[in-house]
Design a binder for this molecule. Structure first.
Ligand code: MN
Length: 230
């Protein structure tokens, strides 16, 4: 095979304990904690909905290090969204929630960085969210911890501070659609494959960051994700 241009570099995320996880797609769940849905102007349990980010939006932050992202173009309102990330190890379609755990390889701490002003403009105009959600460096992620070490994560604190000040705090049990239900819905719409990541939604307390800010996200059992904006 002779490629006419250089092949893209594969995107991989380190595993705690060694090895790397190759990323295929990044699925994201919208409005998946009640209080966050309310702060975005919605209420009630609507069916889950999804959007995607390109795999190369990943910013790998090795364990114990502080990652950096550049303040993105076009926006004046860059928001943090701390999220549990689920890494799929075994693919499938129409996966029942009861079987979903078998498809999970591991978990990570992720940030669904959002150009909120652009996302809101697109919402108003009924246009796609890509420019607000799927931009370069919009998906910082911690190393992935195997489910064989954590067990299935259904409860546990999830939180984010900015410059040491609390911004987001909740528990994974507060998810409107838990991870298993999310996998059931997602796999009805797309065939999941090894290497897929699912950003499972963010709790209330989203807000803006500016250049110089340092975000620190934590999820029980998964350690921390520290990212500076420059
Ligand atoms: Mn999100």
């Amino acid at each position: 095979m002779s490629l006419v241009i250089p092949a893209p570099v594969p995107v991989t995320v380190p595993i705690t304990g060694g090895g790397r996880f190759p990323v295929r797609r990044i699925y994201c769940v919208g409005r998946n904690y009640v209080e966050h849905a309310q702060e975005m102007g919605f209420s009630g349990r609507e069916p889950p909905f999804f959007f995607l980010k390109p795999a190369d939006a990943i910013v790998v932050v090795p364990d114990g290090e502080t990652g950096t992202i550049d303040y993105p173009s076009l926006t004046k309102n860059l928001h943090h969204e701390i999220e549990l990330v689920v890494a799929i190890g075994t693919g499938g379609r129409n996966i029942a929630a009861a079987d979903a755990a078998k498809h999970i390889w591991g978990y990570a701490v992720g940030l669904d960085m959002t150009r909120r002003d652009l996302q809101n403009d697109m919402k108003k105009q009924g246009r796609p969210w890509c420019i607000g959600k799927g931009f370069d460096q919009s998906a910082p992620i911690s190393p992935i911890t195997p489910i064989t070490k954590t067990g299935e994560l259904t409860t546990g604190a999830i939180s984010l501070t900015v410059n040491g000040q609390p911004r987001q705090k909740a528990d994974l049990k507060d998810l409107i659609w838990n991870v298993a239900e999310t996998i059931e819905h997602l796999s009805a719409a797309w065939e999941l494959a090894p290497g897929d990541l699912i950003y499972s939604g963010t709790p209330a307390g989203v807000g803006a960051v500016v250049a110089g800010d340092v975000m620190e996200g934590r999820i029980d059992g998964l350690g921390t994700l520290k990212v500076a904006v420059r």
